[in-house]
Design a protein around this ligand. Structure first.
Ligand code: MN
Ligand code: MN
Ligand code: MN
Length: 277
């Protein structure tokens, strides 16, 4: 069977990935990917470069982003695909997401200053080469010799409920779905199996996502245990959602998240990418 190799979820160094958008496209091409989307966290910064490189490599390129949102108190990631990347609805949402991140990072910096870690925000920014995330602050604590490793930094300072933990209040899921739809895109519920929800809760999430105007969900996210995609496919079918897939690649070396590694949709699933083929 001649199946199109698709990867619609990955990160470059414009968010928390290791490769530049061009390097990412080159690696994907080497892995045989034919239809691709770059989906950095809450930023569109890598899209122009990635599209240019994908064009050169003859890969079909779809605009993408992975947006942070919340469903009640639960953090949920929504992938936007195929939107108009200069649309004001998307630009405005991305601007607000950035502001939320900066605001939290400044507060984390202030908390760390109180325990004697100077200049943490500026240093974390330098380390990240972009707006930092909590792992970058954790890395600083390791560099300063406060903790032996990143996981200890979370356990002692940055993790949930610890002294330097600042909650980030992301917008409700429906707001994010609205912006994606408003910009002419398709909203995809990212890696539904990774939220640690019971099947009942997951069905409730998918019901709300669908009612909010969501179009598809990822049935395959990287390499996953057998049966996961089939279980998700049943829920997707129940709510009339299409199917997406992606590696969620961040850096070389993690074989279960390698570019192009997520391939087959379960029998009967309707692929979200039929519109870009
Ligand atoms: Mn990430
Ligand atoms: Mn995610
Ligand atoms: Mn991701």
């Amino acid at each position: 069977m001649n199946q199109l190799r698709v990867d619609l979820h990955m990160h470059s160094h414009c968010s928390d990935g290791a490769l530049s958008p061009s390097e990412l496209m080159q690696r994907a091409s080497e892995k045989g990917v034919e239809l691709i989307a770059l989906t950095d966290h809450d930023t569109l910064a890598g899209l122009t470069e990635a599209r240019g490189e994908a064009d050169k490599l003859n890969m079909a390129f779809v605009s993408g982003i992975e947006l942070s949102s919340r469903w009640g108190k639960i953090g949920v990631h929504i992938v936007g695909l195929g939107f108009e990347s200069t649309h004001p609805a998307m630009a405005e949402l991305v601007r607000k997401q950035g502001e939320r991140r900066r605001c939290r990072n400044q507060k984390i910096g202030a908390k760390l200053a109180k325990i004697g870690v100077q200049d943490a925000y500026r240093r974390a920014r330098e380390l990240a080469g972009a707006e930092p995330g909590r792992p970058h602050f954790a890395e600083l604590l390791v560099q300063d010799g406060r903790v032996p490793d990143v996981s200890r930094a979370f356990k002692k300072y940055l993790g949930s409920g610890k002294s330097c933990d600042i909650k980030l209040l992301w917008p409700p899921m429906v707001e994010v779905v609205d912006a994606i739809n408003g910009a002419g895109g398709v909203a995809v519920l990212a890696h539904p199996a990774k939220y640690g929800l019971t099947r009942t809760k997951l069905r409730a999430l998918v019901a709300d996502f669908s009612a909010a105007g969501g179009s598809a969900m990822e049935l395959v996210s990287g390499m996953q245990p057998s049966g996961v995609a089939e279980n998700l496919a049943a829920i997707a079918a129940e709510f009339g959602l299409e199917a997406s897939l992606g590696s969620d690649f961040h850096r070389p070396g993690a074989a279960w998240q390698e570019l192009g590694c997520a391939t087959h949709l379960p029998e009967g699933a309707r692929a979200v990418w039929h519109r870009w083929q």
